[in-house]
Design a protein around this ligand. Structure first.
Ligand code: ZN
Ligand code: ZN
Length: 822
């Protein structure tokens, strides 16, 4: 009697056994090589979703594979548990953020446990727990001590819907909030920043160490940091003689300046127009500008808008005086907030010049001919030859950049300069559900750090949200009233909390010692486990979490706590799981929930299907037929063991059929080990699964008629289970014990293969001309018909019989013979 494949009881049984046996506990083993396999931890907003299962199944294959290859493996799990969704849930349902968060952690961890992921659950952490955020606050203080955390007035991005400021990285390219999709508006506010710009150069340089990262992610970071080389040049305000510094990446176009622009926020704007006829116009212009975000203002298609300020400046290179305007597309936070305008060679300046009827002067001639200002329909931004540029006429523009810089430096008019697009990271949030910023304001002493021994500054968890979902902290004297650690007088706590991206910037350090009470982590433990060898997560974090984590790691390095500079050696970014081609979302009603499939078809089926769907990096479309197919395959493996393997191993008959039949089975087994090993190394999990499927088919064929060689059958079935184990660990473990193998399949050493056996088999190809054998050659057994045809037609001995003849037909007998009819 073959028992049913009862996935529910099998999966339950092995979860318990593995837990009892401490199968996945990570421990430091000096002298043994380690692998730290990390998946991006989830935000707990409910049960697991398919994106989680897809990501975590990839990570689990890698972790299980490395364990069986003999590495000490750290594979942890935790929760990114502070953040706005908890507050939004509180607004809509009245449940307190802390209750909502902890309830959701239970839901998602139940799912993850049912999926059989080989996490070391003893290291589970949650960023909203005081024993964790105490150290988040500690890092804040370390940055504050070093001048890397500072408070300043700045033009910030305000999300009206989230009721908080956002970092630049959290505003999408279309100017909307990364969290909620609302259009972000600018606000001039006093906020806390981390000085990421101090690390811009190192963030760029150290990318050399990130050979294991997708080039796409590195490029996104490079563009975000946006390093440019150019020159700073001092123009002179004619009315006062005051110098106004600009930054340009095109010093070769300095002779083409026909006007000058200031950002609307530039302090000079008010000084210039105060009490003049232009003041009113400037005020109205500012109102228009304030209504749009930075992203909108700088978008190429945005209408250029500006006002003449009634002033002129002089260009030091040619002594020419040009008018000064303020313009919407000039930003105070980039460069100096003042720019020279060269309409012939900059598209935004060109559009501005055409709109306000300002002169356009060509100073770069394209390689293929003349450029006439009046006839231009767009700016010419490419390199060329300098013209109308005095001594530089005839100089190639790239070379001209250097020569103009030489002149600027020689005359003291300016100097070479480097600029970055990257801005400091705005980390304060006017929200409740986050780690309080550990700062105290005293009327006498100013801004004072909370002493480290007073950490954590506890977030009171019993407060209801204030009116409109606002943070209750500024309204709660028991929270903000305190004494100054410096003078002992009455003082007030900072009531902003930290951006949740701060919490997630260092969590992978904490997994190493989640219970450590005296430090964020133990230095020696971290030097064993870190850096992370393989990180896996979504591409949407390319310039948020991944950039912030790199910054944090460099700061931790500079604090003398670690000797490495980069947190993640290798990075795999997985694609999305879509349904009917669209992102799964509750509003579209196209969500499929892992829990339902685990109940009905089993965790093994779900894992196997998600890994088999396609290459990890690509987006893949969910198909119910596909997931059923994976379930049927596991049923086939189940029956293979019960219906074929067990009875055949118990019979005492002699092997039947020719020796080549048994050798072919062995050959398939070894070839499968070779291919699956290679594919796991390359993250080609989908093709690895299909090789295992072919092996199972091959074993069915081998056992379908004649009696097998029992040793050959045993080798094949054992290998199939051992190879399947990282993908479908429960059924593999169960069948491994059913066939009476020693120990656990999930702990069995990774298989080696015999190269001789693994090599694809070869056959002799016969080439005939008009039915007569004219040539023979050795070809791979799996040669295609096209390839057979091509090789036969090129065969030397056959060629003599083909000379001068018309080929009428080529008949191919796959794997055996080609007959050329002439
Ligand atoms: Zn928002
Ligand atoms: Zn004080």
């Amino acid at each position: 009697m073959v028992p049913d494949y009862d996935h529910q009881s099998i999966e339950k049984k092995w979860i318990q056994r593995w837990a009892d046996e401490g199968a996945f506990t990570a421990s430091i083993e000096p002298g043994r090589e380690k692998k730290y396999v990390l998946v991006m931890f989830p935000y707990p907003s409910g049960p697991a979703h398919m994106g989680h299962v897809a990501n975590y199944s990839l990570g689990d294959v890698v972790a299980r594979y490395y364990r069986r290859k003999g590495f000490a493996v750290l594979h942890p799990m935790g929760y990114d548990s502070f953040g706005l969704p908890a507050e939004n849930a509180a607004i809509s349902s009245g449940v307190h953020p802390s209750t909502w968060t902890r309830d959701n952690i239970k839901l998602i961890s139940t799912d993850l446990k049912r999926l059989g992921y080989s996490y070391d659950w003893s290291r589970e952490l949650s960023t909203c727990e005081p024993q964790y955020y105490r150290w988040t606050q500690w890092f804040f203080l370390k940055m504050f001590e070093r001048g890397l955390a500072y408070k300043a007035n700045a033009a910030t991005n305000w999300c009206p819907s989230c009721g908080t400021v956002l970092a630049n990285e959290q505003v999408l390219a279309d100017g909307t909030c990364e969290r909620c999709g609302t259009l972000v508006v600018p606000r001039w506010l006093n906020q806390w920043f981390f000085k990421v710009t101090d690390y811009a150069e190192r963030l760029l340089d150290d990318m050399e160490q990130l050979q294991g990262w997708p080039e796409r992610v590195l490029n996104m970071q490079r563009n975000w940091i946006g390093k440019s080389r150019g020159a700073e040049v001092d123009f002179t305000l004619d009315a006062t003689g005051e110098k106004i510094r600009i930054y340009t990446t095109r010093p070769d176009t300095l002779y083409g300046v026909t006007f000058f622009l200031l950002a609307p926020e530039h302090p000079l704007v008010d000084l210039l127009v105060e009490g003049t006829e232009h003041a009113g116009e400037v005020a109205a212009f500012r109102q228009r500008v304030n209504a749009s975000s930075t992203i909108e203002r700088t978008a190429l298609e945005t209408e250029k808008d500006g006002v003449y300020l009634g002033a002129t400046v002089t260009n030091p290179l040619n002594g020419e005086s040009v008018p000064v305007y303020t313009a919407n597309f000039v930003l105070i936070e980039y460069g100096t907030g003042a720019v020279m305008a060269v309409p012939a060679h900059d598209q935004r300046d060109f559009e501005f010049a055409r709109k306000y009827d300002l002169p356009i002067r060509v100073v770069i001639r394209p390689p293929d001919g003349e450029l006439i200002a009046e006839e231009m329909t767009e700016a010419y931004e490419e390199p060329g030859t300098m013209v109308a540029s005095r001594d530089f006429d005839g100089t190639a523009s790239e070379e001209g950049k250097e020569k103009v810089c030489d002149l600027l430096e020689a005359e003291g008019w300016g100097a070479r300069a480097v600029n970055y697009r990257l801005r400091d990271w705005l980390v304060s949030r006017q929200r409740y559900w986050g780690a309080p910023i550990p700062i105290i304001y005293c009327d006498k002493c100013g801004t004072v750090a909370v002493p480290a021994e007073q950490l954590p500054v506890l977030l009171p968890e019993d407060l209801p949200l204030a009116e409109g979902g606002k943070s209750p902290l500024p309204l709660t004297p028991s929270f903000y009233e305190t004494t100054c650690p410096s003078c002992g007088g009455p003082a007030r706590r900072e009531t902003d909390t930290m951006d949740t991206f701060v919490d997630s910037s260092w969590y992978y350090f904490r997994y190493v010692d989640p219970a450590e009470a005296a430090a964020p982590f133990d230095k020696e433990d971290v030097s064993y486990w870190m850096p992370v060898d393989q990180y896996i997560g979504g591409i949407e974090h390319a310039i948020l979490h991944l950039l912030y984590s790199r910054f944090f790691t460099k700061v931790i390095h500079d604090l003398g706590l670690i000797s490495f500079n980069e947190p993640f050696s290798d990075l795999l970014c997985q694609g999305m799981i879509t349904r009917d081609g669209a992102k799964m979302s509750k509003s579209k009603g196209n969500v499929v929930t892992p829990g339902d499939y685990i109940d009905r078809l089993g965790a093994d089926t779900l894992r196997l299907y998600l890994l088999f769907m396609g290459p990890p990096e690509l987006s893949k479309d969910w198909s119910d037929a596909g997931v059923e197919g994976s379930h049927r395959f596991l049923g086939r493996v189940w029956r293979l063991v019960y219906e074929r393997y067990i009875p055949m191993m118990q019979s005492d008959g002699e092997p039947e059929g020719p020796a080549s039949r048994h050798r072919a089975m062995r050959s398939l087994t070894h070839r499968t080990i070779m291919m699956v090993t290679r594919d796991i190394d390359q993250f080609a999990f989908n093709t690895a699964v299909s090789f295992i499927m072919e092996l199972v088919n091959g074993i069915y064929q081998y056992t379908s008629q004649d009696a097998p060689d029992r040793a050959v059958l045993d080798e094949a079935v054992s290998a199939a289970l051992q190879l399947l184990a990282p993908f479908a660990p429960f059924i593999s473990e169960e069948l491994w014990s059913v066939i009476g193998k020693e120990g656990r399949v999930n702990e069995s050493p990774w298989l080696a293969y015999d190269e001789e056996l693994a090599r694809p088999e070869e056959v002799t190809l016969i080439v005939q001309v008009n039915g007569k054998v004219r040539d023979r050659m050795t070809v791979p057994a799996d040669i295609s018909e096209e390839d057979m045809k091509a090789r036969a037609l090129a065969a030397e001995n056959a060629a003599r019989y083909l000379e001068g003849k018309q080929i009428r037909k080529v008949i191919v007998v796959p794997g055996k013979l080609v007959n050329i009819v002439v």
